[in-house]
Design a protein. Structure first.
Length: 273
């Protein structure tokens, strides 16, 4: 059950509709990291845009310093039991993007991390500013997840290098590897995304929806099932001492101190959150 969304002003995003384009801007200072309620609200809003007959294409972008830094680690450090609800919110958001009947453009700048990768990997097209940097720092936050969506952007071995190291890829490299459609200066990002959106929005709404469904259907495997598999390991990770230490170190702005006690974690394939 998600919390009723009574206070619209408290939502971590804003939405505008014009010319067949639904534009959703994540706006949750300082880094657009969303808490449990924020992820569920975001999923509901993206689903609503998909049902809106006045919208032919959706643009997702972020305000402030970067696109999206993922989940609110401080919330999970204080309330680790919320991991299941956060997982559900992430799943719902990425599903709302990928399975949306309308094409979705992600227009990204600055940091694109964790849940930001999930949104991009679920989107149909990515436009990036020159300052954009893509990464999955989960291994340094005591979590798992994001590999399925990252693998929709990059090749298998590049994904594993990024996943194991937590290191980021810049926009130029992402473009070279075919993950993004276009790279532009930061001040041109919105214009570039909206120009692409206008060209898409001018097409037949019926044809666009058929095209989206057809393209999703010819993909290799089921993105939502793959991500659900990963989420079981996120829950398992949260049961380890190393995960607790990683989150505490992040919040306290210090180096994590790991012992050998969690080195041989018993893996239970298929564990579900």
């Amino acid at each position: 059950m998600t919390e009723p969304l009574h206070n619209v002003r408290a939502l971590p995003f804003r939405i505008e509709r014009a010319g067949g384009i639904g534009e959703l801007v994540i706006d949750k200072p300082p880094v657009n990291a969303l808490d449990t309620r924020g992820w569920h609200a975001l999923a509901e809003a993206i689903d609503a845009l998909g049902r809106d007959d006045s919208v032919n294409v959706i643009v997702l972008r972020g305000a402030g310093r970067g696109f999206c830094a993922g989940v609110d680690i401080k919330e999970l450090a204080a309330y680790p039991e919320r991991i299941v609800a956060v997982n559900a919110g992430n799943y719902a958001t990425f599903r709302a993007v990928h399975r949306n009947p309308k094409p979705v453009i992600a227009a990204v700048h600055g940091f694109v991390l964790g849940g930001g990768i999930g949104i991009c990997g679920a989107a149909d097209v990515i436009v990036a500013s020159e300052c954009a940097r893509f990464g999955v720092p989960e291994i340094d936050r005591g979590a798992m997840g994001g590999g399925a969506h990252l693998q929709r952007m990059f090749g298998v071995q590049k994904v594993r290098a990024m996943y194991f190291t937590g290191e980021m890829v810049d926009a130029a490299e992402a473009y070279r590897l075919g993950a993004v459609e276009r790279v532009v200066p930061r001040e041109q990002l919105r214009d570039a995304a909206m120009d692409l959106a206008r060209r898409i929005a001018a097409k037949s709404p019926a044809m666009l929806q058929l095209a989206k469904e057809a393209l999703n259907g010819v993909e290799d495997g089921d993105l939502e099932d793959k991500y659900r598999w990963e989420q079981g390991f996120t829950l398992q990770a949260y049961m380890t001492n190393d995960s607790s230490e990683a989150r505490a170190a992040f919040v306290e702005k210090r180096d994590a101190r790991f012992d050998a006690g969690d080195a041989n974690v018993e893996v239970q394939p298929g564990a579900r959150a």
